[in-house]
Design a protein around this ligand. Structure first.
Ligand code: F6P
Length: 531
């Protein structure tokens, strides 16, 4: 294992500022003249997922420049470092070895923890224990589990699950309500076991168990953490603590025991299937040549869209109701990873980095914000995600869903010219003078980039592969921009300020003179509401 802490491991090829690299200038130039080619079908099959990149700007020069840029960034060397558990998270001096957690033949300590987890699940299932689960965790300790439970438990399961992430007391109030405390397991997922939201919500849950007369509340609580000692001190018994490793980033912890709730809510097969699918994508990422490497090609077109064409955001449009939580999941993955503008040498990147990520499942999204995507002044690239086969009994629903997905994509890409819009107005009987005016409103610019990602059907395997596709894409983009996709210093500062302000609101700490006038006013004004 190479993931021991050291301060000296700064990958040298990433130190070069991107803006100064001749390979970047070539790439940028080629990207400016590349176009969406409607006659091109650009398909890549990766771990059973079909990625259609036909809707992206392309040209032979751009393909060549992309490969040269990756070479200049020593892509092969960094990919090896990542997959071998080397120190890729240089600002925190550790690896980001989530791939080790899903390896088919994991290291003995990982295998042993997996075994402990499966034994716990097996006992709970065979004894039909825990009718209710309250999963307490936030960010990476929440979204992946929510995603998997919604994706595979959407039709209901014999256990009821509530998720509590937010510090807003209404969240824990709702999370505990309706459940019989004697039949409820509280799962606290926190890599650091210091996250204020999770610890406070955990305390409320413990009080709730105590208030119901549960003799040994800790026996109904589980902790999943990289700090077992802290969880132990907090009061969770050793046998109820599952281990996370320091080298698993919070937003990658879905691959660890954090998925206990998924297994209890749906099935342990879901975790195993997702791990297999993700491992297949890891394999593809490790071995496929650049031109056929799905995460790499997605990364390159994403860099074109963000850093050359200037799109400030990326829209995620899963045409699958079960994947609603994919949007916040990818939002955290991409924005926490790539929301940085200082490169590894400590200098500003000077080139726009990670886009804002947003979205909603189609077809709801079409009736919410697609107008903006089609005719708004900015627009955004879209990742359309759909399953070839549905798992319900109504083919006409799936046909309409697929048609909508393809239609939106086609409209964004092909657009509609003024002449076509005019002809349409005239054939629908609009009077000529009005038609000439109206046609302007019915023009679609077109040329808006998109990906189409097709899963054969939604299974744990395909979802695992899909998540790993995005993870590796993010890694490659971090490498190109020269930023560290595995830290999140920005979030830390806000946490620090919030902890001081909490004490000021409680009157335990003097007001800080360096606060702006507005913050000082509001602390004073809002104090009473927290008594
Ligand atoms: O939002 C910041 C963050 O550190 C995420 O990276 C992480 O997923 C989340 O907080 C929760 O952290 P923890 O699992 O340590 O409670």
């Amino acid at each position: 294992m190479k993931n021991t802490k050291t301060d000296s491991a700064i990958p040298s090829a990433s130190l070069e500022s991107l803006a100064d690299l001749p390979e970047w200038l070539e790439f940028e130039q080629a990207a400016r003249t590349a176009r969406v080619d409607p006659s091109r079908l650009a398909l890549i099959n990766a771990a059973g997922i079909e990625l259609d990149l036909s809707g992206q700007h392309t040209s032979p020069a751009l393909e060549k420049a992309g490969a040269a840029l990756l070479k200049a960034r020593d892509f092969a060397g960094h990919r090896r470092l990542l997959l071998e558990g080397g120190i890729v998270n240089v600002t925190e001096g550790r690896g980001a070895w989530h791939t080790a957690l899903r390896a088919p033949a994991p290291a003995p300590d990982i295998a042993a923890e997996r075994q402990r987890l499966f034994e716990f699940i097996h006992t709970a299932d065979s004894e039909r224990r825990w009718r209710n689960i309250v999963h307490i965790g936030i960010g990476g300790s929440d979204w992946g589990v929510r995603l998997a439970v919604a994706a595979f438990g959407y039709a209901g399961t014999w256990r009821n699950v509530h998720f509590v992430a937010n510090i807003d007391g209404h969240a824990i109030q709702g999370g505990l309500s309706g459940f019989d405390p004697r039949e409820t397991l509280i799962v606290m997922a926190s890599k650091s076991f210091t996250t204020a939201e999770t610890l406070e919500n955990g305390l409320r849950a413990r009080e709730w168990l105590e208030a119901a007369g549960v003799q040994d509340p800790a026996s109904q609580m589980i902790a999943i953490t990289a700090r077992p000692d802290t969880a132990l001190k907090w009061g969770i018994p050793e046998a109820h603590i599952f281990k996370l490793w320091d080298w698993v980033g919070g937003r990658f912890s879905l691959w660890s025991a954090v998925s206990l709730t998924t297994a209890l809510a749906v099935s342990a097969d879901v975790i195993a299937g997702m791990q297999m699918g993700a491992a297949a994508m890891d394999n593809h990422f490790a071995e496929a040549p650049i031109a056929e490497n799905a995460p790499v090609q997605m990364a390159l077109s994403g860099v074109v869209n963000r850093s050359v064409l200037g799109y400030g955001s990326l829209n995620i449009a899963p045409y699958d109701f079960r994947l609603a939580n994919l949007v916040p999941y990818i939002q955290q993955l991409e924005m926490e990873s790539l929301g940085k503008s200082v490169d590894l040498s400590g200098r500003p990147v000077k080139i726009p980095t990670g886009p804002a990520v947003w979205g909603m499942p189609g077809t709801d999204a079409q009736h919410t914000f697609f107008q903006w995507l089609h005719q708004g002044s900015d627009g955004a690239p879209v990742d359309f995600i759909v399953c070839a086969q549905a798992d319900h009994a109504w083919p006409q629903h799936h046909r309409i869903l697929l048609a909508n997905c393809l239609a939106q994509r086609q409209a964004l890409s092909q657009g509609k010219s003024y002449e076509d819009a005019l002809a349409l107005c005239l054939t629908s009987g609009v009077e000529p003078e009005r038609a000439k005016w109206l046609a302007h409103h019915r023009v679609y610019g077109g040329g808006r980039p998109s990906n189409l990602i097709v899963l054969p059907r939604l299974s744990p395997y395909t979802l695992g592969a899909l998540l790993a596709l995005y993870e590796h894409k993010v890694f490659v983009q971090g490498l190109i921009w020269g930023i560290n996709p595995f830290d999140q210093w920005g979030v830390e500062y806000g946490k620090q300020l919030a902890s001081g302000l909490t004490r000021q609101l409680a009157g335990e700490l003097e007001m800080c003179e360096s606060y702006d006038a507005s913050t000082r006013y509001w602390v004073d004004r809002l104090k009473d509401g927290t008594d």
